[in-house]
Design a protein around this ligand. Structure first.
Ligand code: FMN
Length: 350
């Protein structure tokens, strides 16, 4: 892990209320998948190229029309108000200032409109299909109006994974923050938390439906198999995000690093493929990009930065990752992500 990220993590641990720290860090079940996430990127070894002119390295990345300083994307995460008083408004500003892209969670603790107004860079909106589908559709339409450039539909959460460390979000998150983006759509007195729960009967039809409703491309997040990725693309997905939800959904799900090659093969370049889970350095990102990912998402380190120092710390964290990726790319003999290919990574023997 990069030193700055570890420093932010240590600061966050002392600043956050213990139940918030636990909520952020937790994995589901016995946390087997959580424990493997970071280590799985380190199982790979690099086969560098030499005698290339690497005096200039260009990390600029184009993702569904968004121009980024580097292929780092901030993963959607709930309730940033637990980390900083400016919540997602600080995150989106810090990320935009670094030249990167933010994915804003359905469970954001500021309104979509406030977050859109604070944005200094491109952003996408993460949707869950809720039991009341009209709620999801209303949020997607509001996100499109507020400036979101794509929708990320998270599909690995038919039910929220059980985390022993936290009894749901109810401990950490008061009702007014939980329902921030839904309040205006709920009938007064209705039991909001139930209608806002994920709909466990969701099928691939929802992908095209949400694309129609918002007029935006829909990426699908939470795919760990090639055949499932293909199903999503066939149903109209504009991108696939390989993810096990940071080890928070199905415990003992495979690490994203192991699932990535089969998803890339199945998708065959039809749409961008992104990956997340345990990315903590430029070298982790290098392994993902050389395997074939178009970009990587970073989760918890952004919450640590937010807790440690608000928007400027988020900017610094992303810039540190970018600088490190730039360095390791050059030392591996590449001048840009397109120079990388799977021949540069090999799985180390156990
Ligand atoms: C506190 C927390 C809240 C999260 N909330 C969401 C969410 O609302 N929607 C979603 O799609 N993923 C959510 N995730 C999963 C992240 O988007 C991402 O997949 C994961 O955190 C990446 O792994 P990393 O934290 O190891 O970088 C959450 C993760 C954390 C740690």
């Amino acid at each position: 892990m990069l030193a700055l990220l570890a420093d932010h993590r240590d600061q966050a641990r002392t600043r956050l209320r213990p139940e918030v720290w636990d909520y952020y860090e937790a994995g589901s079940g016995e946390e087997v998948t959580l424990a493997e996430a970071e280590a799985s990127w380190r199982e790979f070894r690099l086969r560098p190229r030499v005698l290339r002119d690497v005096s200039r390295v260009d990390l600029t990345t184009s993702l569904l029309g968004a121009e980024l300083a580097s292929p780092f994307v901030v993963a959607p995460m709930a309730f940033h108000a637990l980390a900083h008083e400016d919540a997602e408004c600080a995150t989106i500003r810090g990320t935009g200032d670094a030249g990167n892209l933010t994915v804003i969670s359905t469970r954001a603790s500021r309104t979509i409109e406030e977050i859109g107004a604070a944005a200094t860079g491109p952003w996408w909106f993460q949707a869950y299909l809720m039991r009341d589908r009209g709620l999801t559709e209303a949020l997607v339409q509001r996100a499109a109006a507020a400036g979101a450039r794509a929708v990320v539909l998270t599909v690995d959460t038919p039910y929220v994974g059980k985390k022993d460390k936290v009894s749901g979000t109810r401990i950490a998150v008061p009702d007014d923050q939980y329902l921030v983006n839904l309040a205006q759509h709920l009938v007064p007195g209705a039991v909001g938390r139930e209608s806002a729960e994920q709909d466990p009967s969701m099928t691939p039809d929802s992908i095209a439906r949400l694309a129609d409703v918002g007029g935006l491309p829909v990426l699908v997040k939470g795919v760990l198999r090639g055949d499932e990725a293909r199903r999503c693309v066939d149903a109209g997905a504009a991108g696939v995000i390989v993810s096990n939800h940071g080890g928070r959904q199905l415990d003992r799900a495979v690490p994203s690093a192991h699932a990535l090659p089969e998803v890339l093969e199945a998708v065959g370049g039809a749409v961008p493929v992104l990956v997340d889970g345990g990315i903590r350095s430029g070298t982790d990102a290098l392994v993902a990009l050389a395997t074939g990912a178009d970009a990587v998402l970073v989760g918890r380190p952004v919450l640590w930065a937010l807790a440690a120092g608000g928007a400027p710390a988020v900017t610094a964290s992303l810039q540190a990752l970018t600088a490190h990726l730039q360095h390791v790319l050059a030392v591996a003999g590449a001048t840009c992500p397109a120079d990388l290919d799977p021949s540069m990574v090999v799985r180390a023997r156990a």
